[in-house]
Design a binder for this molecule. Structure first.
Ligand code: GLN
Length: 254
């Protein structure tokens, strides 16, 4: 008899677990939960009044449109960039929208949507810097943001570097004269340069390949991926993504 009770308890626990799984993850009814790292203007940042609660930016507006076009409400979970893909795999969030570059390495663990934005890594330096190409970084103090594609690029070039948790921290290190160059995504670099006196951007197209931002979903979640792709494709076709890029790039460079 005791054994039967145990089995029943286990079955009950499994039902409860299934209930918990339904309460989060992709089967959450009419809420679509996006994970982001709101430290990446103009794509995502915290504002007094954003498009989704306190969250504003190009990605946030895209997320809101995707949810609405599919009869759902977008919700944002803000976390460290490094935690996003793990949270996605755990089912804590349904999708990641974070100016995230669709890389082959990330494709091993998640599926990516149709890309919606093309970017590249650039170097932010002081106005009087003699860095004119990526190879000039060889004997310089390099700063990157942990887990960003910029870190991977510098790693691949074989240069030593220091990694920070946030772009703002890396840029502060540069303005304080503690590092010589920050390698980061182009549009975000533009924002930091317009926010801080005495900085400029150096590009090197031969060293940094172009990158495509896309939304990540759990591997095999084709149902959600198809919905997201349809929305992205319509927003690319009708100019919405372009308008958002212009709007938020101007807003952040004021
Ligand atoms: N595009 C870069 C990457 O994917 C940075 C993204 C971000 O910081 N939000 O790593």
């Amino acid at each position: 008899m005791k054994r039967v009770t145990k089995v029943t308890a286990l079955a009950a626990a499994m039902v409860m677990l299934a209930g918990t799984l339904t309460a989060c993850g992709s089967s959450k009814g009419d809420t679509l939960t996006f994970g982001t790292n709101a430290e990446f203007p103009p794509f995502e940042f915290v504002a007094s009044e954003g498009v989704i609660g306190q969250y504003d930016g190009i990605d946030m507006a895209i997320a809101k449109n995707i949810a609405e076009q599919n009869g759902m409400t977008a919700e944002i979970e803000n976390m460290e960039f490094d935690s996003l893909l793990v949270a996605l795999q755990n089912g804590q969030i349904d999708a990641v929208i974070a100016g995230m570059t669709a890389t082959d390495e990330r494709r091993e663990t998640v599926d990516f949507s149709t890309p919606y934005y093309t970017a590249t890594q650039v170097m932010i330096v002081k106005e009087d810097s003699d860095i004119a190409a990526a190879s000039d970084m060889a004997d310089k103090r390099i700063c990157v943001v942990q887990g960003y594609t910029g870190e991977v690029c510098v790693q691949d070039m074989g240069y030593p570097y220091e990694a920070f948790k946030k772009g703002t921290e890396a840029v502060l290190e540069l303005t304080n004269g503690k590092c010589d160059v920050v390698v980061i995504d182009s549009a975000t670099a533009q924002k930091y340069v317009s926010d801080n006196e005495g900085l400029k951007i150096v590009e090197d197209a031969s060293a940094f390949e172009s990158e495509e931002y896309a939304i990540a979903v759990q591997k095999g979640n084709t149902e959600l991926l198809e919905k997201i792709n349809k929305s992205i494709e319509s927003m690319l076709a009708d100019g919405t993504v372009n308008e958002l890029a212009v709007k938020y790039t101007e807003a952040v460079s004021e």
